[in-house]
Ligand binder design. Structure first.
Ligand code: HSE
Length: 291
């Protein structure tokens, strides 16, 4: 039996749209085993009532890409998914499925896929790299790929940093959330984001939590998406007042993440309660970054 554990991820971190992502200590587990014939998919945990149990399943579709590439025929296949990452909430559930399927199928095929091959395959299925890269590499990953060769760098995160995720009880479709974005941004807004993304990476490397408030600001995606998240502005303000250092939409949302170096429980409670006051039922999860 092959067992792969893939972390949840939070992408963008405010200014780093499609290029910054962080892995979190919350995991989906993918298990592959051979059976005589056919495809059996068992799912427990998050999404067990919604995810397909046939060839449409994303883990299977990712695995099939690897089997096609390596020429390996698994014969019958049993896939067991034990999911802890909330589905469609901006915490990288689909990246975890793609990465889990690719790595498990690579191991089953006996193929030694390089990191570059795994990243390339996973990015081609996901369409953007900022969830799949940290899901594969762990930690905080900076990834460059637009119209050029891919490069990435993983940086160490400061001790004491935790991520409080306030997860609303409704999903946001990433494709639709991307359709809301402008195709052009002003030079001013581009400079705003570039400067903050650079500041964010440096602040995290140096452990300078005071800079995170400024560094996690964004002008190129959140202003266009926040309308999909009732109570967004109030939750951000409440988290900051409760002691969060920086606050952002996680990926395409609707989860809002707060980076904190203390007051974790208070921030979690305040974010959940502020969502509730805006008519949104949400749960809060306090997570360590995946190292
Ligand atoms: N960077 C992607 C986006 C992440 O914001 O659309 C999606 O999880």
């Amino acid at each position: 039996m092959i067992r792969v554990q893939v972390p949840a991820t939070t992408a963008n971190l405010g200014p780093g749209f499609d290029c910054l992502g962080m892995a979190l200590e919350l995991y989906n587990v993918v298990e592959f085993s051979k059976i005589h014939h056919g495809l059996v998919i068992e799912i427990e945990g998050e999404g067990s009532g919604e995810l397909p149990r046939d060839q449409k399943n994303l883990v299977y579709r990712a695995a099939r890409r690897v089997f096609e590439k390596t020429g390996y025929d698994p014969g019958g296949l049993r896939i067991k998914l034990s999911n802890n990452i909330p589905l469609g909430r901006g915490l990288g559930s689909s990246a975890s499925a793609v990465v889990g399927g690719i790595i498990a199928a690579g191991m089953m095929s006996g193929a030694s896929l390089s990191r570059r091959e795994i990243l390339g395959l996973a990015c081609s299925m996901e369409g953007h790299p900022d969830n799949v890269a940290p899901a594969i590499l762990g930690g905080l990953v900076i990834y460059t790929s637009v119209d050029g060769e891919i490069n990435w760098l993983k940086i160490d995160l400061p001790a004491g940093l935790k991520v409080v995720a306030a997860v609303p009880d409704f999903p946001v479709n990433t494709r639709e959330a991307r359709e809301n974005l402008p195709h052009m941004v002003t030079l001013r807004d581009a400079v705003f984001n570039i400067s903050r993304a650079a500041l964010l990476v440096a602040a995290l490397q140096k452990g300078d939590f005071n800079l995170l408030g400024t560094a996690m600001d964004d002008r190129i995606h959140q202003p266009y998406r926040s309308g999909l998240i009732p109570g967004y502005k109030k939750v951000v303000s409440a988290a900051r007042l409760a002691g969060a250092r920086g606050v952002a939409v996680s990926g395409a949302g609707p989860t809002i993440i707060a980076m904190a170096d203390g007051n974790y429980k208070l921030i979690a409670e305040v974010m959940k309660e502020t969502f509730r006051e805006s008519g949104v039922s949400a749960r809060s999860i306090i997570l360590d970054p995946n190292p």
